[in-house]
Design a protein around this ligand. Structure first.
Ligand code: SAM
Length: 318
């Protein structure tokens, strides 16, 4: 394992220069997006078909016009799931993942699943469209090995469209799950995908201030959340998790591994491009997360590499 080499080189300075000029940045984003969609479709992630089907709420393979209308049912679901009193924190109102509206729009929401399948296809050689499922499985294997009893109540922080929540529900079928996210667009999709009326349930709230009662969960999981946060917010979330967990409860975090050789060996200009879509990545890469978790009232977390570029941290309430 090697630390990330953040030294600016000529190529990354060039990329930064291009990204600073708005029309060039838009062109670069468009090119990158077209390439990503083509690559996804070549490995069996049928990006355009799946997004079209989700937008119109039809089964994939239904004959639809290329620009199928957004079904009006989405707006109705959004109104039902969103907390109108919620004030979005400033750090969240940034472009993420090359979407100008960040996580607060339909385009990002409709593309979460296909994008996750495309990005995670590269983790293991030949994983292809199964890469995402393999990543989640590798996390759950580490997690299960560290829990002596099955959790009854589980909170999934930053649940997005529910991929991490549904995967946890399969591992712990008896548990009552709550998925929490700041994007009501993502939660509307999670709600649409929910097969069971009572679990998971969905909550539109910030992870650092959930409004949920003290000591109400046995396990709090956060999958791929923390690289999207400034460290000041991460610290608030650890304190909130400590408040929400019952005695003996566990906090489990799976995310990018800052010490992975994959990041260290990434060509600097690729890393620069990645950082342009992830505004808090530098802060995350240099954050002593283990220390901050212990300071919030947990045992020092175990740290396990669960993929060539991801790690799992598990800590227990002290
Ligand atoms: C990369 S996604 C991870 C999604 C999901 N857990 C998974 O494994 O596929 C990160 C999610 O965290 C959410 N998020 C970011 N900051 C948050 C916060 N302070 N409170 C709640 N959710 C947040 C985003 O809206 C986004 O859905």
């Amino acid at each position: 394992m090697t630390a990330v080499n953040a030294s600016p080189r000529l190529a990354s300075r060039l990329v930064n220069g291009v990204l600073a000029v708005k029309p060039l940045a838009s062109l670069a984003k468009h090119q990158a997006r077209t390439m990503m969609i083509k690559r996804a479709e070549s490995i069996g992630v049928y990006w355009r078909e799946e997004v079209k089907a989700l937008r119109s709420r039809c089964q994939p393979n239904t004959q639809l016009a290329p620009n199928a209308e957004l079904s009006p049912d989405w707006e109705a679901d959004l109104a039902r799931i969103q907390n109108p009193a919620l004030e979005y924190p400033e750090y969240y109102l940034r472009p993420f993942h090359a979407y100008d509206e960040g996580n607060l729009g339909w385009e990002a929401a409709m593309e979460v699943e296909v994008a996750a399948h495309a990005v995670h296809a590269r983790i293991w050689l030949d994983a292809g469209a199964q890469g995402d499922a393999m990543l989640r499985q590798s996390y759950h294997d580490v997690l299960k090995a560290q829990l002596s009893t099955e959790p009854r109540d589980i909170l999934d922080l930053g649940c997005s469209v529910g991929m991490s929540t549904f995967a946890l529900q399969q591992v712990f079928p008896q548990a009552k799950l709550t998925g929490l996210d700041l994007s009501p667009y993502f939660l509307a999709i999670a709600h649409y995908r929910t097969p069971h009326p009572t679990s998971p349930t969905w909550l539109h709230a910030p992870a650092e201030s959930t409004g949920l009662p003290d000591c109400s969960f046995d396990l709090i999981s956060a999958c791929l959340l923390f690289h999207e946060l400034p460290r000041t917010v991460a610290v608030q979330i650890f304190r909130e998790a400590r408040r929400l967990l019952r005695p003996g409860g566990h906090l489990a975090i799976m995310d990018m591994n800052p010490k992975s050789d994959v990041h260290a060996k990434m060509p600097p200009y690729v890393l620069t491009l990645l950082k342009s879509t992830e505004p808090y990545l530098d802060d995350y890469f240099t954050f002593n997360m283990e220390g901050a978790i212990a300071s919030a009232g947990f045992t020092p977390p175990t740290v396990t590499c669960n993929s060539p570029r991801h790690r799992t941290l598990v800590a227990q309430v002290c």
